[in-house]
Ligand binder design. Structure first.
Ligand code: SAM
Length: 270
């Protein structure tokens, strides 16, 4: 079955596959949103039955990203951001986080899902002209993403690259490392990688993820902590290092769960 939504061009229709769950939509369901379908809610409930911590992981990633964006905007002077694997946030969109911290900040969204594209297009009608852009592209092709980004960002200036809960979708481990390097490579010295991913350290989480992958959805690989640390090789890692999301520069309202099977960090390109 497919549903339709307003597409990227005026009057165009986007086909949305509602036969299998989709990660942006199921994430939106866990975050308490309404941009999801029955198939996502059923899969989401089955996941939670096996591993309830997934809901906190979804929330924790968004809170981490907000803190990281404020850190980069307010303390490192970053004014350009790329959010790859945008998803369907329920409360704070990335451009709202960035432009609250630095009103002139430019934000480029990148995702390959048609519902995310329709959502982003609707969002952009309410943002200052030129402040926000959307690239419909696939992380499997980092060069096309960066070609698109070069048209809307000044790549001679630093960029904050956000990869939140998305790299597990690049199933091949060598390719996943190559994608992060391919995205960072054209960025100026002084750019930052902001990455949050889930680890394979919890057996209930692993079992829930295996069951999700068996639904026919695009799979997601939970990775070893060592592997996730490898994304940051050759970069200058900001304090407090590569840690569980709740432990990265926590604030009073941060989720106080330090043993979630996640890792995240912020690191500067020399
Ligand atoms: C788990 S959601 C995370 C969304 C968001 N980053 C967050 O933390 O709320 C993963 C996102 O990555 C997108 N995605 C998955 N595979 C992708 C690919 N190959 N290229 C681009 N985006 C992809 C999905 O459509 C989805 O929006």
């Amino acid at each position: 079955m497919t549903n339709t939504a307003e597409g990227p061009e005026q009057g165009a229709e986007v086909k949305i596959n509602t036969d299998v769950p989709q990660s942006a939509r199921i994430w939106n369901y866990w975050l308490g949103g309404t941009d999801n379908y029955e198939v996502d809610r059923v899969a989401g409930d089955e996941y939670v039955a096996l591993y309830p911590g997934i809901v906190e992981i979804a929330r924790e990633g968004r809170y981490f990203m907000d803190r990281a964006i404020r850190h980069l905007a307010l303390e490192r002077g970053i004014r350009q951001f790329m959010d790859c694997g945008t998803g369907l946030p329920t409360v704070d969109n990335t451009h709202e986080m960035a432009q609250r911290a630095a009103p002139g900040a430019r934000v480029v969204y990148v995702d390959n899902d048609p519902l995310v594209l329709a959502h982003a297009r609707a969002l952009m009608t309410g943002t200052p002209a030129g402040g926000t852009a959307y690239i419909g592209a696939d992380l499997h092709d980092p060069k096309s993403i960066m070609d698109g980004a070069s048209e809307v960002l000044d790549l001679s200036q630093p960029v904050g690259l956000m990869l939140i809960a998305v790299m597990g979708h690049i199933v091949d481990p060598d390719e996943a490392l190559g994608v992060v390097r391919g995205l960072m490579e054209p960025l100026a010295s002084g750019s930052y990688l902001v990455l949050h991913d889930s680890t394979d350290a919890n057996e209930a989480f692993n079992a829930a993820q295996r069951a999700y992958d068996a639904t026919g959805a695009i799979p997601f690989r939970l990775r070893s902590p060592e592997f996730i640390r490898g994304y940051f090789d050759d970069l200058e890692i900001e304090e407090p290092g590569i840690v569980t999301g709740g432990a990265w520069r926590p604030e009073v309202d941060s989720i106080d769960v330090e043993d979630l099977p996640t890792l995240c960090g912020v690191a500067r390109k020399p």
